[in-house]
Design a protein around this ligand. Structure first.
Ligand code: SF4
Ligand code: SF4
Length: 380
C-alpha cells in the first residue's frame, strides 16, 4: 500500500502548492477530497456516549463535520497543512502548560502563514478563485481529514501521528474550489502493539484505543471544563495548569521529528518558569494579560487558571510554598477558586498546622455552597 503524499495521484498544481506551503512554514501539505474521511462516521456514537463532556458545540452540524461537502458545496479539494512544533524535549511542558500553548497563539500564526500561502497560490491560479482558510473555525474533522490526505494516522492517543513529525503538528486547512486528485490516504494505524500513550494517560481517558474519552481528559478538564474539577481527577492533574502532553510525549514516532525551536517560545517559557507559586496565587487581571494574553492560555481566563493552580498546589508536595499560596487563594473573590483552595489545603491539613488553622478560620465565615461542600468533604 502506497502511503504519504506525492507518490501517486500527482498533479503539477499540487506540487506547486506543496512547495509554496513549505516556503510559508508548513512542513506538510496533504490533499483530500471533501468526502467523508476515515473514521469520521464514528462521531455520532462518540457523541451519544457523551465522550465530549461540556463541549456541546461538537454536537452542532454533525453532517457537515462528517461530510465537508455539506459544509461548503463548492469545495473541490481540502488542503490539510501541518505546522511542526516539536521542541526535541519530551518533558511534560513548561510550567505545567502544554507545549502548543508555550508560544504566541497559534491561531494568529497559522492564519498569517495561510494568508501568505493563499496569496502565493492565487498568484499562480488567479486571484478570482476564492480560497477559504480554516483554523479551528469550521466544523471540519481535521484529524480524519489529515489521515485521508496521507499525512499520518490517528493513533491510539486519538491524535494525528506522522511518520516524520510524530504527534507535534498543528493542523489547519485550505478549502479550494478546484478538484485536484486526492493523495493516497494512510489506510491503517502504525501503532502496532505499542500502548505507551494509553499507559501514560493519568485518567484512563484512552482506555479504549483510538477512542478518547474527552470527558476524562486533563486537556479538556483544565481548559474546556468550566466547573468544579471532579474529585477523582484532581490528584491525576498533578501540577498541570493548562492542558496535558503525556500521551504525546511518550509516542515513539516523535523520535523522527525535527526540532523547531523558536525564540518566542524560549522567552515565554523562561518568564513562566521564573514564576513562584505565590506569583500565581496573587495574579490579577492585568498581570494575567501581561503574562498570558498573547498565548492560548488566555482562553481559560484568570479564574479557571487559578482553579487549576489551586489543584496543582495541593499536588505539588511543597508545603512551605503551597500553604501560604493556597491561604491567599482561600480569600479569592471567586467561589470556584476558593473551593479548589479548600481542597488544596486539605492535602496538607494532616501535616501543616497552618493549613488546618486556615481551613478552620474560613469555615467560620464561608457561605458559598460549593465551598462549604468542599469543607464538608474534608470532614468525611
Ligand atoms: S492529554 Fe493527558 S489526560 Fe488527555 S488523553 Fe492524553 S494523556 Fe490522557
Ligand atoms: S504512543 Fe504508541 S500507541 Fe500511542 S499513538 Fe504513539 S505509537 Fe500509537
Amino acid at each position: 500500500m502506497l502511503e504519504g503524499h506525492g507518490i501517486s495521484n500527482s498533479h503539477p498544481l499540487k506540487e506547486i502548492i506543496r512547495q509554496l506551503a513549505r516556503q510559508c512554514g508548513f512542513a506538510q501539505a496533504g490533499f483530500a477530497a471533501p468526502d467523508a474521511a476515515p473514521y469520521s462516521e464514528r462521531l455520532p456514537l462518540w457523541l451519544a456516549e457523551q465522550r465530549h463532556g461540556q463541549m456541546h458545540w461538537m454536537e452542532r452540524q454533525p453532517e457537515q463535520r462528517m461530510q465537508p461537502r455539506c459544509y461548503q458545496a463548492d469545495v473541490g479539494t481540502i488542503v490539510v497543512l501541518g505546522y511542526p512544533y516539536s521542541h526535541g524535549r519530551y518533558d511534560a511542558g513548561s510550567a505545567g502548560i502544554a507545549r502548543y500553548a508555550c508560544r504566541p497563539d497559534y491561531h494568529d500564526l497559522l492564519q498569517q502563514n495561510m494568508a501568505l500561502l493563499v496569496e502565493r497560490i492565487q498568484a499562480v491560479i488567479g486571484d478570482a478563485i476564492p480560497i477559504r482558510r480554516c483554523v479551528d473555525s469550521a466544523p471540519l474533522m481535521e484529524k480524519p481529514l489529515a489521515t485521508a490526505a496521507g499525512m499520518g494516522w490517528q493513533g491510539k492517543n486519538s491524535l494525528l501521528v506522522s511518520r516524520q513529525f510524530g504527534c507535534w503538528l498543528l493542523l489547519c486547512e485550505l478549502l479550494l474550489p478546484l478538484s485536484l486528485p486526492a493523495d493516497p490516504p494512510v489506510q491503517r494505524s502504525h501503532c502496532g502493539r505499542c500502548q505507551r500513550c494509553q499507559q501514560a494517560c493519568p485518567t484512563d481517558a484512552l482506555a479504549t484505543p483510538y477512542w478518547i474519552d474527552a470527558s476524562r481528559c486533563l486537556a479538556y478538564l483544565t481548559i474546556e471544563y468550566k466547573g468544579i474539577i471532579p474529585r477523582p481527577y484532581r490528584q491525576a492533574m498533578a501540577t498541570r495548569l493548562y492542558g496535558c502532553d503525556s500521551c504525546l510525549t511518550v509516542c515513539p514516532w516523535n523520535r523522527f521529528a525535527p526540532v523547531t525551536f523558536d525564540a518566542d517560545t524560549a522567552s515565554l517559557e523562561a518568564r513562566w518558569q521564573a514564576l513562584t507559586w505565590m506569583d500565581y496565587a496573587t495574579l490579577d487581571q492585568d498581570r494575567f494579560r501581561q503574562l498570558f494574553g498573547a498565548t492560548p492560555v488566555a482562553r481559560v481566563g484568570l479564574k479557571r487558571l487559578l482553579r487549576n493552580v489551586a489543584v496543582a498546589l495541593g499536588n505539588c508536595n511543597q508545603p512551605d510554598q503551597a500553604v501560604p499560596a493556597l491561604t491567599t487563594l482561600l480569600h479569592h473573590p471567586d467561589a470556584l477558586v476558593r473551593a479548589h483552595a479548600v481542597w488544596g489545603l486539605g492535602c496538607y491539613q494532616a501535616s501543616s498546622q497552618q493549613a488546618l488553622l486556615a481551613l478552620q478560620a474560613v469555615a467560620q465565615i464561608e457561605t458559598a455552597p460549593e465551598v462549604r461542600e468542599e469543607l464538608a468533604e474534608l470532614e468525611r
